[in-house]
Write a protein that binds this ligand. Structure first.
Ligand code: PTJ
Length: 245
């Protein structure tokens, strides 16, 4: 057990979640590397939610609430770190949840499906028995998507997504929202709304924002979305990275 008094308590707790998930067998082989890269960026922003990230989250939630078929895409890392919070956000903004794995195997899909089911979430998409379509002419796993989920979605929230899949989603004309601690990643650069924050802080914060924005007129939400400049916001995000004490 990690003592709460430990100066790196929060960070160690997340590592512990990742280790347990790896033991359960549903993480990608490179999941720990991705987590470590995220940790490094988080360290450099002071492990806090920055102002540009908050601004992007308001825009993201407004976009999700305005969408006809919003979908939250989940992979191994996102499930390990924030499964309950993801279900709460999905319920709050009326989004579907779809398993969307970069390194897809039947075993991993089975375990992740069961994790959501055990938490009472039976509607998960992207399962082994779901109807699959392809977002490109090339029928490979990178481009696969659930027919009623990502394939027909107008807005997709992709936390911790690899650049290749993000590109396929973007090219298929969808509105892409990402949560990625690396503001220089291909995914952050090509998304419509890029939230440079840790998924464990961002998702619950977005649920809080949703409770507020749900009471607003459509017009107000549209203004929030239209006033946003992702490139400018990413520049501001990058400025939050401190290399000196
Ligand atoms: O479960 P799968 O098969 O879909 O695979 C998942 C990973 C994450 C292994 C796969 O998508 C991958 O290789 O992703 P990348 O290309 O390493 O990108 C992950 C991005 O997420 C990197 O830019 C990291 O900085 C960032 N990241 C890592 N941990 C977090 C994070 N962003 C937000 N919160 C985190 N906790």
């Amino acid at each position: 057990m990690i003592p709460k008094s430990h100066p790196r308590y929060e960070s160690l707790l997340l590592r512990d979640k990742m280790v347990k998930a790896a033991k359960k067998g549903y993480l990608a082989d490179s999941a720990m590397i991705a987590h470590g890269r995220g940790e490094a960026f988080d360290y450099l922003i002071g492990e806090r939610t920055t102002y540009p990230a908050k601004r992007a989250m308001y825009v993201a939630v407004a976009a999700l609430l305005l969408s006809n078929n919003p979908v939250i895409s989940v992979n191994g890392n996102a499930t390990a770190l924030a499964v309950e919070e993801i279900i709460e956000l999905a319920n709050s903004v009326g989004a579907k949840i779809e398993i969307n794995l970069f390194y897809r195997t039947d075993d991993r899909v089975k375990i992740i499906t069961q994790i959501y089911k055990d938490l009472g979430y039976d509607k998960i998409l992207g399962t082994l028995d779901d109807d699959i379509e392809y977002l490109t002419d090339i029928k490979n796993n990178r481009a696969s998507a659930s027919k009623t989920g990502i394939y027909s979605a107008d807005t997709v929230l992709i936390p911790l997504e690899d650049g290749d899949r993000a590109e396929i989603l973007k090219k298929s004309g969808k509105n892409i929202i990402t949560i990625d601690l690396n503001p220089l990643s291909r995914t952050s650069k090509m998304s419509d709304v890029s939230i440079m924050d840790n998924i464990v802080r961002a998702i619950p914060f977005m649920t809080k924002i949703a409770e507020d924005l749900k009471t607003q007129d459509k017009q107000v939400l549209m203004e929030i979305v239209n006033d946003f400049d992702n490139e400018e916001n990413l520049k501001e995000s990058l400025e939050q990275i401190k290399l000196k004490e």
